[in-house]
Design a protein around this ligand. Structure first.
Ligand code: BJW
Length: 256
């Protein structure tokens, strides 16, 4: 059963979380689109989110790209163009602050986001399990061409090595996650003492599976989300509210 969190409950949850973090040597965090919502970046599955008005199959699968690459580029260019305007919010900054507190070796941030806002907020070694909007790569699996590009792209960009279409270096449905990055994410989930899950609906696999993995390997799991999610029933603490408010409060609590 979930009840809307009143401020007393939030105080209790923050104190419990601060306790877990004080006991922890290693911390890992999994973030989703919700952490960037207060920066003005749309989430996927919330009301008014990116999937509303878009056929997921058409814009976020390799088959969709094959069928209509222009449509896919239109969808991604609009989001790439927005990146120049968006800034990290207090939630991103609070996580960067936590990394400074625990040290780079003991704090791993795993993100499903492709917006680069954690890095902009100063978090190092971010594991981008779904790739990045700032990178493009060749759509030909046999070609290894890839480059960082954050300028506006016109028309259908072609690979200079093999002349096939270039595509956003993000992970679509049915595609495997970048292997090295996901191995590092799994290791962080297994080795941490506290696992924070922030702003994700926890419905997309294998990202959501990391929550189960962390739990299985003994971490205390803490969720921060506006709403209850698929993961809420299995976490040790669920805090409901905007991450841009809750995460700074958590850092404040730890410092007090
Ligand atoms: C706030 C807030 C605030 C708002 N503060 N909170 C059946 C069962 C299980 C798995 C599958 C299945 N059928 C298919 C699959 C596999 C599939 C999958 O998981 N599908 C499910 C949807 C059912 N997964 C895959 O295909 C993955 N690959 C794979 O499995 O490979 C192995 C394989 C290969 C081949 C064959 C078979 C297996 C790849 C998944 C790639 C996902 N890619 C996307 C697009 C990335 C590029 C882009 O950005 O366009 O990644 S989809 C989209 O969802 C994006 C996100 O990273 C991802 C997760 O979404 P997220 O971040 O959780 O956002 P939302 O919108 O869902 O939630 C926002 C949350 O924030 C909400 O909870 C709000 O309440 C909250 N919130 N404001 C705090 N201010």
């Amino acid at each position: 059963m979930h009840h809307p969190v009143d401020s007393d409950d939030l105080e209790v949850a923050l104190a419990k979380t601060a306790g877990y973090l004080r006991e922890a040597k290693r911390v890992a965090v999994l973030t989703g689109a919700g952490v960037s919502a207060e920066s003005g970046v749309k989430t996927f599955r919330d009301e008014g989110g990116l999937w509303e008005g878009h056929d997921v199959e058409a814009v976020a699968t390799p088959q969709g790209f094959k069928r209509d690459p222009s449509l896919v580029w239109k969808f991604y260019n609009a989001r790439r163009n927005q990146l120049a305007e968006v800034k990290p919010n207090p939630g991103h900054f609070a996580l960067a602050e936590l990394q400074r507190r625990f040290g780079h070796d003991n704090f791993t941030l795993i993100t499903q986001n492709v917006d680069g806002l954690h890095q902009k907020a100063g978090t190092a070694n971010v594991l981008e399990v779904h790739g990045s909007l700032r990178r493009i790569r060749c759509s030909n699996v046999a070609c290894d061409y890839e480059e960082d590009r954050d300028d506006a792209l016109e028309g259908l960009p072609e690979c200079e090595k093999c002349a096939r279409y270039l595509r956003p270096a993000v992970v679509w449905f049915g595609e495997v996650l970048p292997e090295d990055v996901f191995i590092a994410a799994k290791m962080a989930a297994k080795e941490c003492d506290a696992f924070l899950v922030v702003g994700t609906s926890a419905v997309v696999w294998p990202g959501a599976w990391l929550i189960l993995l962390a739990r299985e390997f003994g971490a205390n799991v803490i969720e921060v989300n506006l709403n209850p999610t698929d993961a809420s029933s299995i976490v040790d603490v669920a805090m409901q509210g905007p991450s841009g408010v809750i995460l700074p409060k958590l850092v404040e609590k730890l410092n007090s």
